[in-house]
Ligand binder design. Structure first.
Ligand code: ZN
Length: 963
């Protein structure tokens, strides 16, 4: 979400820079900071994010005061090798304002946790991790004594059907072959059985179905909802994964779903139903609460945690935000206690008993093998007794005498027969159970709303316990941890974040174009097209948040279906950006033809983003840069151009300094026709600037100095302007490589090219940070599960020493390590702003090498940070941080957590932060260590239903930066 968006204006049209500047100046566009939002209640999200950002800024804020220290070259090479001496950075003396974060706003998490009775950290410590002989974790169910006079028990049976928006089949296939039938049957049978109820969660399927309905059927559906027989629960576009998703996209898909429901069914969901995502985040309950939802049901949390909660009768609790001192955002949460949400695991603790109460195939001669006994006069007493005892045992886990019993499973109720059998058999059972006075029980069909309304009536005078935190990692049985999916298919996780960033930017530009056209009294010519493109992009991205999509846990061809939709969303959002920008820059006068082209392009669904090579025409090429963030940004950007004979001019036609970098065409050969230029852009919040690139000699050009190690060659054509050192074939370990700016200096091993130490120039403190690439060998890992054989090993030396390339210049320096599997790049920007205070790390991981089968590759940072008790922090959906504590005794896989954007280890003197451009699994297994998993190639299935390994790895850019 932090990328600038750069669009190129091909100069083959009359929209020259002068004209753009003139129009833009008239409109006040280039200078005036613009704000989209007013300060009101809806700002809470932004405020919270600012708080997180401020937390991470604290460590680096002091560095800015060293901006006047001159760069001292510590390059350890023979100066005679240097053809051209490096020039000093033109940016040293530039002064920028630096805002101190408001310390008061950033309270310490430790103090705030005390506002809740329970925390997930506490539960993790208290949980008992032993399993029974059947591999399951034990729940403390009380046995039922038939002689007791029991208290009144209310049982709400909730018929439901879990419909995955893609998994073993695509969304469209599921809809055509199954979901459409389920919804059609629902219409018929809810009409026929007015006492029967149904709940539905996924709006994407409703919207597909709706388009095929006659108007009178639509009225009928609305009536079912109105009288509470059909309840729409959650109502997001999908039931999203909560580990790998960014909060902005979680909100987007929830809004898309809720808006659709409001417009078409005239309803706002009050209850959430999230029964299949693999673990639950502490941020999602807050988002649900803000969306108007009052209660929620979850299922997949660690079975040992469920046991710990049940032992203190806290499977129902108020989910609390640790920073919310008023409890205003608390939301009541019901945790389903058993292993799964199918009928086998919902009536009570014994799956063999509950299994008998799934009447899907009763009386169906074709499905005799699956058929359960129908309820008859002959067996009803025995069967009702069984069910009664299971209900009582289930209720012993809860504080109150109201229990929720879901009656359904994946894609259930697809036949009319199933509707009839479930209804008729349960009707008989309910009549019998309710008529037994001494059982003191009332069983009825109901919805989630019915359940919570009864529960709240019963619990009126007491408070529910409060809980803060999240439920990762998830394990259902056999010590198997669902921590692999935090990283599975990183190509797609990265892709979705790029789409999310585009979508946000396109939304902002579209809003601005619309607003300004109103102000200028002109029509925003593209408004209908942009609105429809944005909605489609939002729906495609929303679909990808589904808990088998962004998790990477669908079949290969289903993943390709998602990727095609993401590609469409990527390109459509770029089109909206171009249309809106062109409208803004021309004051609505030249909305077409579209002459702006985006700098970043995606050609195919299975190939990553690349940067366009900009052809510099004789008259010059205009570059438009937009800052989508509501804050000032001064940062270096890089473009690829087709000449090294050019000038960069700012909006006042003043020649700007830039650094000329090589584009490599092989490990050691520099292109003669493509070059990278890096220059500074300074942008107000939501501001646009234009630059002109034109041919011509430039005194303000700074060619970089090139060096290579572990190679005998460096192929740079003599007419190119780069300085170069003689290649070093066998570097001595003592000849450290260094790159530095005014704030920090990094020292690298010349043999491996990897970071070893960082010097903080203000304090003189040195932090040892050694980057190492390693791999786990799979013992039973799959798309979901991380199950390594043992500890990680360093990548073997079978490929020989990688070529190490160093590019140095006054505006930026970088070190690249060309390992056959990982192209690792560390960049240091020499700019006195935030961008200059971090090492920017890029890893392009390509697991196609045959030696990587059943490997899970990680990047581990070994530091001298003394993090006590192996404590560290990771983020929840990019919205807030949460404390983690490694429990070595439960194994490596059990100590992996999701990291959507950030992870931190610290002691009283030092803090190391990794920011990530996409979701990963993260762990700190030993003191001072922080590791992130980069990619995994797995040959086998992990028995969670997918039926395949993960072998469709694609080269993936993994962006992160270290502070
Ligand atoms: Zn599912």
């Amino acid at each position: 979400m932090i990328d600038m968006h750069i669009l190129e204006n091909r100069q083959d049209h009359d929209l020259g820079v002068g004209k753009i500047e003139k129009i833009a100046n008239e409109t006040g566009w280039l200078e005036k900071p613009l704000f989209l939002w007013q300060q009101d209640g809806s700002m809470k999200f932004q405020q919270r994010l600012v708080c997180i950002a401020a937390t991470s800024i604290i460590v680096v804020v002091y560095l800015i005061f060293l901006a006047n220290v001159h760069l001292v070259s510590l390059h350890g090479q023979d100066s005679e090798q240097i053809k051209v001496s490096l020039r000093e950075s033109p940016l040293h003396l530039t002064n920028y304002d630096w805002q101190e974060p408001d310390q008061q706003q950033c309270r310490l998490l430790d103090n705030l946790e005390s506002f809740s009775n329970l925390t997930s950290l506490y539960l993790r410590d208290k949980a008992k991790y032993d399993t029974l002989s059947n591999g399951q974790y034990e729940l403390p169910t009380k046995s039922y004594d038939p002689d007791d006079i029991p208290e009144k028990l209310n049982v709400i049976l909730i018929p439901h059907s879990h419909n995955d928006a893609g998994w073993l089949r695509t969304l469209e296939e599921y809809y055509i072959y199954t979901t459409k039938k389920i919804l059609n049957n629902m219409m018929i049978k809810l009409k026929q059985y007015p006492k029967m109820t149904f709940v539905w969660a996924e709006t994407v399927f409703l919207s597909m179905w709706w388009n095929e309905l006659e108007d009178d059927t639509k009225v009928h559906v609305r009536n079912l909802v109105k009288r509470g027989q059909l309840e729409i629960v959650l109502g997001g576009w999908v039931m999203p994964d909560e580990a790998s998703t960014h909060y902005v996209s979680v909100i987007d898909q929830l809004m898309e779903g809720h808006l659709w429901l409001y417009e078409n069914l005239h309803v706002k969901p009050q209850n959430s139903w999230s029964i299949d995502p693999f673990g639950h985040s502490g941020t999602v309950p807050y988002i649900l609460k803000k969306s108007g939802i009052d209660n929620m049901v979850i299922q997949r949390i660690h079975q040992a945690t469920k046991s710990a909660l049940a032992s203190v009768k806290s499977l129902e609790y108020n989910w609390h935000q640790p920073w919310d001192t008023s409890g205003k955002y608390d939301i009541l949460c019901h945790v389903m206690p058993y292993m799964l949400y199918s009928i086998q695991y919902t009536c009570g603790p014994d799956p063999y008993v509950c299994f008998q109460f799934d009447f899907r195939h009763s009386d169906n001669p074709e499905k005799k093998a699956f058929a359960k006994r129908k309820i008859t006069g002959a067996n009803i007493d025995k069967m009702a007794n069984y069910l009664y005892q299971q209900f009582r045992k289930k209720s012993s886990l809860y504080e109150y005498n109201t229990i929720l019993v879901p009656i359904g499973d994946d894609f259930r109720y697809d036949s009319l027969h199933e509707w009839d059998e479930q209804y008729n058999n349960y009707q008989q059972l309910m009549r019998y159970l309710n008529s037994r006075k001494h059982w003191n029980i009332n069983v009825q069909f109901g919805t989630v709303a019915d359940y919570f309304s009864l529960l709240k009536r019963e619990s009126k005078k007491k408070n529910f316990p409060t809980l803060a935190g999240d439920f990762f990692p998830y394990s259902d049985q056999n010590y198997l941890y669902w921590t692999g999916f935090y990283t599975t298919r990183p190509f797609d996780k990265r892709f979705s974040r790029e789409v999310e960033s585009n979508l946000r930017t396109a939304d902002i530009l579209n809003t601005l174009a619309f607003g300004y056209c109103n102000k200028w009294n002109v029509k925003f010519a593209h408004s209908h097209e942009t609105a429809s493109l944005l909605q489609q992009a939002r729906r495609h991205l929303g679909l990808f948040l589904h808990h088998d999509a962004i998790t990477g846990t669908s079949k290969d061809y289903v993943m390709e279906n998602y990727e095609s939709k993401l590609l469409e969303a990527y390109n459509d959002t770029q089109k909206v950006m171009s249309m809106a920008l062109q409208t803004l820059l021309t004051k609505g006068k030249f909305p077409s033809p579209l002459i702006l082209s985006p700098d970043l392009v995606r050609q195919k669904f299975n190939v990553g983003t690349s940067q366009r090579t900009i052809s510099i025409s004789d008259s010059g090429t205009t570059i438009v840069v937009f800052n989508p963030l509501p804050k000032n940004r001064n940062m270096l950007i890089s473009l690829i151009v087709n000449t090294d004979d050019l000038q960069v001019l700012d909006k006042n036609m003043k020649i700007m300094s830039y650094q000329l970098n090589p584009v490599w065409i092989s490990k050691v050969s520099v292109s003669r026709s493509k070059f990278e230029i890096t220059f500074l852009v300074e942008l107000p919040p939501l501001g646009i600037h234009t630059f002109l690139l034109r041919k011509g000699d430039c005194k303000e050009m700074y060619p970089s100095l090139l060096s290579v190690y572990n190679s005998m060659e460096l192929d740079v054509a003599p007419n190119l302007k780069f300085a170069q050192n003689r290649p070093v074939f066998q570097p001595k370990q003592s000849q450290k490589l260094r790159i530095e700016n005014d704030f920090i200096l990094g020292e690298f091993d010349p043999v491996t090219g990897l970071l070893q130490k960082v010097l903080d120039k203000r304090t003189g403190n040195v932090t040892n940070i050694q980057i190492q690439f390693m791999y786990y060998t799979s013992r039973g890992s799959g798309a979901y599960i991380f199950f390594p054989k043992g500890e990680a090993d360093p990548l073997p030396n079978v490929w020989g020493q990688p070529v190490v390339r160093v590019t140095e210049g006054p505006l930026m320096s970088k070190i690249e390590v060309l390992h056959p599997i990982i192209h690792h790049t560390v960049i240091l920007y020499k700019v006195p702003t935030e961008q200059g205070q971090n090492f920017h790390i890029q890893n392009v991981v390509d697991m196609h090498a045959s030696k990587t089968k059943d490997w899970e590759i990680i990047m581990r940072l070994h530091t001298d940070v003394m993090n006590e008790n192996l404590q560290y922090y990771s983020d929840q959906n990019g919205y807030q941080l949460i404390k983690r504590r490694t429990k070595s005794e439960i194994g490596i896989a059990a100590n992996y957590f999701p990291m959507t954007t950030m992870s931190i280890i610290e002691d009283s003197a030092k803090r190391v932060t990794i920011h990530a451009g996409q979701a990963h699994g993260v762990a700190s297994l030993k003191q001072g260590e922080l590791e992130i998993m980069l990619d995994r190639q797995l040959m086998y299935d992990d028995n969670k239903g997918l039926g395949q390994g993960v072998t469709d790895n694609k080269p993936t850019l993994v962006n992160s930066f270290y502070r």
